[in-house]
Design a protein around this ligand. Structure first.
Ligand code: AMP
Length: 187
């Protein structure tokens, strides 16, 4: 089963993805984590993306798409993917479909965690203290939220037509969100 967790920054995608990874014995595909790892290792990709990441802007589709390929074609992970933070653009959504098709896979569920801007700002302020992420500050949060709304909206419209799309109230407690998702997945 392949699942996309979709939603604005701070909606709790990572937390829900980690829960599903445990429950389904699957693999989290967090492009944010992959990109942060590139910066930490100071690779060519890391050097190219650091400014965009710190300013809360999206990293180029080409770079993000290139990081994804190996994971999709990894047989061990086949049909056990939990996407967290990908796709974020229509180009990425189409790329994902092509790669999954080529590897005889599909998206089985799409969960949209819907959270309002005010709640997101409060949550990310909290996460900043806990995780010390360099892109978690008030200005960047607002920028990331606005970027999300602007660029990701067409992706949301695209996926909302999919019969496997489920909108979840992301302002609920973490446990309640997990319960709702597990109920839909019949876990
Ligand atoms: P996240 O950890 O998912 O909140 O992502 C943190 C940052 O990484 C974002 O603000 C973007 O700069 C970058 N990023 C992560 N995933 C993507 C993606 N799919 N497309 C473009 N940029 C991304």
């Amino acid at each position: 089963m392949n699942i996309i967790i979709f939603g604005p920054p701070g909606a709790g995608k990572g937390t829900q993805a980690k829960n599903l990874v445990k429950k389904l014995n699957s693999f989290q595909v967090s492009t944010g984590d992959m990109l942060r790892a590139e910066i930490k290792k100071d690779t060519e990709i890391g050097k190219a993306i650091i400014t965009n990441m710190n300013e809360g802007k999206f990293v180029d589709d080409e770079i993000v798409n290139s990081l994804l390929k190996n994971i999709i074609f990894d047989k061990k992970k086949s049909n056990k993917l939990i996407f967290d933070g990908y796709p974020r653009t229509l180009n990425q959504a189409k790329n994902l479909e092509i790669l999954l098709n080529k590897s005889n896979q599909e998206i089985n569920f799409i969960f949209f965690l819907n959270v309002k801007k005010d709640d997101i700002v409060k949550r990310i302020e909290k996460r900043k203290i806990l995780e010390k992420r360099s892109d978690d500050n008030a200005d960047t949060i607002l920028k990331r939220y606005d970027t999300y709304m602007e660029i990701t909206k067409p992706v949301l419209e695209y996926y909302s037509k999919n019969p496997n799309f489920h909108e979840i109230d992301g302002s609920m407690e973490i446990g309640n969100i997990s319960e709702k998702i597990e109920e839909i997945l019949k876990l």
